[in-house]
Design a protein around this ligand. Structure first.
Ligand code: DSN
Length: 404
């Protein structure tokens, strides 16, 4: 690389990554093949539109790249119809689901779904941020809470888990156009069947944002939302271990939701697709469709459970009482008897453990300095760590947080 300043910074970041224990629940480490696709000359090509329907010429190759990414994404989540009849029809793949692989990241993907399906000013319903929801699930500081009237549900005060009856009551009273299930900090398995019933009872569409647990769904260690959802959005870089990108899966039926969403992505919201990134997504989807990845996903969950268990044994209050996924939250503030999440995260960083401060349900502190920490197991599991390593990490966290 001729640019020595950037070269040095990349080397410095490489060194930093190597020397820390990374517990950021939304990060991971991609393969050399994913990096190779990302750093390829595919970045040089423009191609607004979709395969076979572009505003640019010279798109024969990138059409194939995008179609392959779509095929592999559908295959990965069991949405491809491999029946002889579909092959006889000459389709390389046929499915009741369509997938748009062009969203640049998770937030624009979610925004595009609402923009396509919910008239401005009407209602979207998602989980409150401090309880585990995402900004783009309708929080007031997000454009999704400004352009649409957002209704936010919370977890139960008793056990910090989703109270499906309370969500149902709220949905029936508010009649939102769309309900979002899927979170950035909720550690337990979501009951998608119950969310379907709630959506049906209130006349709403059901969107699942599986950004955090997509890799666990791919690895078959977390229930698939596809049987119940109308739309599924996901980023590709968290547990799914791909590049920074996103996808929108949409059920194909007479409502033509997929066509509306495709039209919002381009020409409505974005310009040219990032083909280098789409190629990297295709690589990641192939990697995730292997026995090795399924083993990885299982280990991710085992490791998070081991870390939660050890922290609880050491006297930490694990939010929701534990985890069934790749992440967990601990309460460091303990009603004023402990320290704030920001101070806790700073102390851990000084000792080489990277986490993020996080709100906990019914938090009395602000998101910039909340009451807890969020810990994830996906990146260190990619680096080969097992349960005993995560128990040792928990002990190190305990020691650092209890030190002066
Ligand atoms: N910032 C991501 C996370 O950490 O969960 C979500 O956008």
């Amino acid at each position: 690389m001729i640019d020595t300043q950037i070269k040095k910074l990349i080397e410095a970041e490489k060194k930093r990554q190597k020397n820390v224990i990374n517990l950021i629940a939304s990060e991971n480490y991609v393969s050399k093949d994913v990096l190779g696709a990302l750093g390829s000359i595919l970045t040089d090509k423009y191609g607004e539109g979709y395969p076979g329907r572009r505003y640019y010429r010279g798109t024969k190759v990138v059409d194939e790249v995008e179609s392959l990414a779509q095929e592999r994404a559908l295959q990965l989540f069991g949405l491809a119809d491999k029946s002889p009849s579909s092959e006889a029809r000459g389709n390389s793949i046929s499915s009741n689901w369509s997938v748009n692989v062009q969203p640049l990241s998770g937030s624009p993907a979610n925004f595009a779904v609402y923009a396509a399906l919910v008239p401005q000013g009407e209602k979207i319903m998602g989980m409150e941020l401090t309880h585990g929801g995402h900004l783009t699930h309708g929080q007031k500081v997000s454009m999704t809470g400004k352009f649409w009237n957002s209704i936010l549900y919370t977890v139960s005060k008793e056990n910090e888990l989703i109270d499906y009856e309370a969500v149902k009551k709220l949905a029936i009273a508010e009649k939102p156009n769309i309900i979002v299930a899927g979170f950035t900090a909720y550690a337990h398995i979501v009951d998608f069947k119950k969310f379907r019933e709630i959506a049906d009872a209130s006349g709403a569409l059901l969107m699942v944002d599986m950004s955090h647990f997509a890799g666990l769904v791919a690895g078959k260690v977390y229930p698939s939302p596809f049987e119940y959802a109308d739309i599924v959005t996901t980023t590709t870089h968290k547990t799914l271990r791909g590049p920074r990108s996103a996808m929108i899966f949409t059920k194909i039926d007479e409502r033509e939701l997929n066509k509306k969403i495709d039209k919002v992505i381009i020409p409505g919201l974005q310009g040219g697709p990032h083909f280098n990134c789409i190629a990297a997504v295709a690589v990641a989807m192939k990697e995730a469709n292997t026995p090795a990845f399924r083993k990885y996903a299982l280990q991710v969950v085992k490791n998070a459970k081991a870390m939660a268990d050890e922290l609880a044994k050491l006297g930490w209050r694990v939010v929701e009482g534990g985890t069934e996924s790749h992440l967990l939250r601990i309460d460091t503030w303990r009603d004023g008897k402990g320290i704030g999440g920001r101070e806790a995260a700073d102390k851990l960083e000084a000792q080489g453990i990277i986490v993020n401060e996080n709100t906990i349900p019914f938090d009395t502190r602000k998101p910039m300095d909340p009451s807890g920490l969020r810990l994830g197991s996906a990146p260190e599991t990619t680096r080969g760590k097992k349960e005993k390593d995560f128990r040792a990490i928990a002990r190190k966290i305990d020691k650092v947080l209890r030190s002066n």
